[in-house]
Structures are given as C-alpha cells and as structure tokens.
Design a protein around this ligand. Sequence first.
Ligand SMILES: [Zn+2]
Length: 254
Amino acid sequence: MIDTHSHIYSEDFDTDRAETIQRAKEVGVEHIILPNCDSGTLPQLLSLEAEYSGYCHGAIGLHPTSVKENYREELTLIESELKRRYWIAIGEIGIDLYWDKTFLNEQLIAFRQQIHWALVYKLPVIIHVRDSFCETMKALAPYKNVGLTGVFHSFTGSLDEALEIIDFGGFMLGINGIVTFKNSGLAAVVSEIELKNIILETDSPYLTPTPHRGKRNESAYVSLVCNKLAEIYNTSPEQIDEQTTRNAKSLFAI
Ligand SMILES: [Zn+2]
C-alpha cells in the first residue's frame, strides 16, 4: 500500500516517529507521501524525508488554510524549492472555505499559480477541497485537457461530484478513514466508482478510521481503509492493495 497523504512530520509524532514508520512498514506500507503546508512545516518535512529517503516522499505546496497576508512570500519559497530540487508533487494546494473565507481571493491566486507550476514542472497536484467544490472546479476549468494530473485528497463528496472529477480527466480520488465512518455516506458513493480512480491515504494525524476513531491517526491505519474498500467492492484486501498501489505509482511516478 501507499499512504498518499500523511503529515507524520508534525509534532504529534515527535515522541514516536520511528516506531510509527516501523508500524507502517509492518502492515505493508511501501511509500508515504508527505504534503507540505507552509514555510513553518517545511523544515520538519525535509528532515523526515532525508531520514527515510526513498520511503517518505515530500510534496511542496502552500496549503489553502496557510494563505494569509504573507502569501506572496510563501509562494516565492515554493517556487525556489521547485527550482532547487525534484519534488514528487505540488501540494497540498486548493481552496478551503470551512475555516476562513477572508482570503478566498488570495487562495484562488495561490491555487492558480501552483497549478501553473505543476504544468511547468510536469508534476501532479494534491488538491485540498473543503466546503469549496464548486469554487475548486471553476478554478480548474481552464486547465482541462492540458495534461494536468493529480488527486482530490480526502474526497468526501457526492457521486455527482466524483463523476465530475473523473470526467475532468487526469485525477484520482484520495480515500481515507472517512469511508469507515458509518454516517459519512462515502462507502455508498465509492461503491459506484471504479477502483482505477482511487488511491489510499490517511491524512494522519487526522481522520482516524474506525475502530481507532478519536485517537491520533497514523500511516499503518491505511490498511483499515484498504480493508474497508475490500468489503465495499466485495473483493480481497490484496486486490485493493494491488490496484490502488498501481494507481498511486502511476500518478506520482514512484
Ligand atoms: Zn493534508
């Protein structure tokens, strides 16, 4: 399995990060992708990636909830990082209207700028959408059929929204612990989508799957998402692992 979205560089793991990665390896997690948030998270991301080179892969980007007055400086840092070295993806980027709508205009500017860089550097994007599906699809519209690829991370939308993303082309749906929540309705949506459109993630330390809900999430729990998908598709976890790993490897060029 590949955990395509994990923030295990965060301070929540400062006391047991090595053990956390060990547990992920033990359940069969082959790779972990680390999306960046902003200049404040980059040093920890870089040091974790250096320590687990070839296992942890950094993505570079400015998270929509980190778009504030200083977003231009933050974007300058992203650009210099893209020039400096290879990154597996640009992320996470997108629009978040759940926490704060103050900087919607700046979020849109940052989103478009980073999509532009994704095309220049030929990298997939990791998109964060929260209470902003329409705004996100509107912002993406000019980039249809130009070779843009990526993932709608932590997908929790309706079947119509899933089909709109698939129809756009080039994008996967990132499915995490939310699919194990009884009241989410996501399992019913996922059951209508072909597995070739799905990749696994945790979004750890958030969105811990059942039965650990309420505790800290970690990459090893991606196996619980895999098991749940096996139940939904009436197949084996090995089959889910095989297909979603193939999907992630082709999207992220691992
Ligand atoms: Zn994230």
